[in-house]
Ligand binder design. Structure first.
Ligand code: FES
Length: 98
């Protein structure tokens, strides 16, 4: 095992898991994809490629009723019901917080 030399200052994990026909609901699916695209665009606009990573993930077991789940690392904070409308404020908040 080897520790990576590359570590972001902030890593956002966006659930894009999709469940069709499940009693557990549809999953974050399309909402997660929209948030993921928005966050990637914000990172590009800010030129933060090396410092802020945005990664699609599968289900984190939190499964919100609307929107998607976003995990913020290394703070280990989880946000539910995140929509693409939130994404415009989410990245600046996450980057600028102490
Ligand atoms: S489907 Fe996204 S957290 Fe479960």
């Amino acid at each position: 095992m080897e520790k990576s030399r590359y570590e972001p200052r902030l890593h956002l994990f966006v659930c894009t898991h999709m469940r069709e026909g499940s009693a557990l609901g549809p999953g974050c699916g399309a909402a997660g994809k929209a948030v993921f695209q928005q966050l990637k665009a914000h990172v590009a606009d800010r030129g933060e490629y090396g410092a802020v990573w945005v990664t699609e993930t599968g289900c984190m077991g939190l499964c919100p009723k609307k929107g998607c789940t976003v995990a913020v690392m290394p703070a280990a904070q989880y946000f539910l019901n995140v929509t693409d409308e939130d994404a415009g404020t989410f990245l600046p908040w996450a980057i600028d917080r102490p």
